[in-house]
Design a binder for this molecule. Structure first.
Ligand SMILES: C[S@@+](CC[C@H](N)C(=O)[O-])C[C@H]1O[C@@H](n2cnc3c(N)ncnc32)[C@H](O)[C@@H]1O
Length: 281
């Protein structure tokens, strides 16, 4: 086990992300190995663990991935064109700060139309729309309902002005929009941190993708089979339920207690939660 670096970690995540690990990345870090050449994160989401690792290991190779195309577009534009993204979002922010709640709500609806409507939109327009939906919806999900307190609290000039920090961290990083299993190939010298959707008993809580499809359609048994292909090291974080412990009983397991922001929305209710870390080393 290694200790958490003393040096401050500056950048947590540019996004609000349900199931995001920004508050626990440093807790997980002590269970991560150090002897690897390449870091891979197949379920990137808000990217908080990746960003933590990139700041600790700026010289290593990084490959991050998420199957959510809208989220992927946002990360790609943040990497390749953060300056224009920042300028455009600041313009919209200033404009809508002077507008009514109803007009702000309309903006949120228009941005959802950019993401999910029939009209063909550029990747840049989609990145703008994804960010606005992420910051102005009740839950932080791009499909979530508009919330004016979320607009006030999260869609801020301060947050937008941090894009250059994230963009610098993204330089040289491979970002893909593939099924996770592609990242399980050729992993001899890689370390993979895996954060798949939780396996929910109550399917009303599906979170990821349009209509929750990236959550409810996730095949957890296939995932446990694919995992066997990994030749390098992996650390998998999951909901700490008995059926998960049983499925992965041949691997080392550690249960971590943490306060977890169950809702990234307005009430920010914290719950006592346990997370299971499963490691093949
Ligand atoms: C629990 S979240 C990851 C959260 C991330 N660790 C963070 O700190 O923000 C799971 C992610 O897996 C993605 N996902 C779901 N199915 C996938 C698949 N088949 N391949 C790759 N990513 C997938 C979802 O879009 C979602 O972003």
């Amino acid at each position: 086990m290694i200790s958490v670096p003393k040096k401050p970690i500056w950048a947590l995540t540019p996004l609000r992300y349900i199931g995001g690990k920004s508050k626990v990345a440093n807790k997980f870090f002590q269970y991560f190995p150090t002897d690897f050449d390449e870091y891979r994160e197949p379920f990137l989401g808000g990217g908080s663990v990746f960003l933590f690792m990139k700041q600790v290991y700026p010289e290593k190779k990084f490959w991050v991935n998420d199957f959510n195309k809208n989220l992927f577009d946002f990360w790609m534009i943040l990497q390749s064109n953060a300056e224009d993204l920042q300028k455009e979002l600041l313009k919209i922010k200033v404009l809508y700060s002077a507008r009514s709640v109803e007009e702000r709500k309309q903006l949120n609806i228009e941005m959802k139309e950019v993401l999910y409507g029939k009209e063909n939109r550029s990747t840049f327009e989609k990145a703008i729309a994804y960010y606005i939906c992420n910051k102005t919806s009740f839950s932080g999900l791009e499909v979530g309902k508009f919330s004016n307190p979320a607009f006030e609290r999260n869609f801020t000039i301060n947050n937008i002005n941090k894009f250059s920090i994230y963009s610098n961290l993204l330089q040289g990083v491979e970002i893909t929009n593939l099924d996770y299993s592609v990242l399980f190939e050729n992993t001899e010298r890689s370390f993979l941190y895996l954060d798949p959707p939780y396996e929910l008993v109550n399917t009303a809580n599906v979170l990821y993708g349009e209509n929750g499809n990236l959550h409810k359609d996730f095949d957890h048994i296939r995932f446990s089979e694919e995992l066997k292909k990994i030749k390098g090291k992996f650390c998998l974080s999951y909901n700490s339920d008995d059926f998960i412990k049983e499925r992965y009983k041949k691997y080392r397991q550690i249960e971590i207690d943490f306060k977890y922001l169950a809702n990234c929305g307005n009430d920010g209710k914290a719950q006592n939660k346990k997370e299971l870390l499963i490691m093949n080393y």
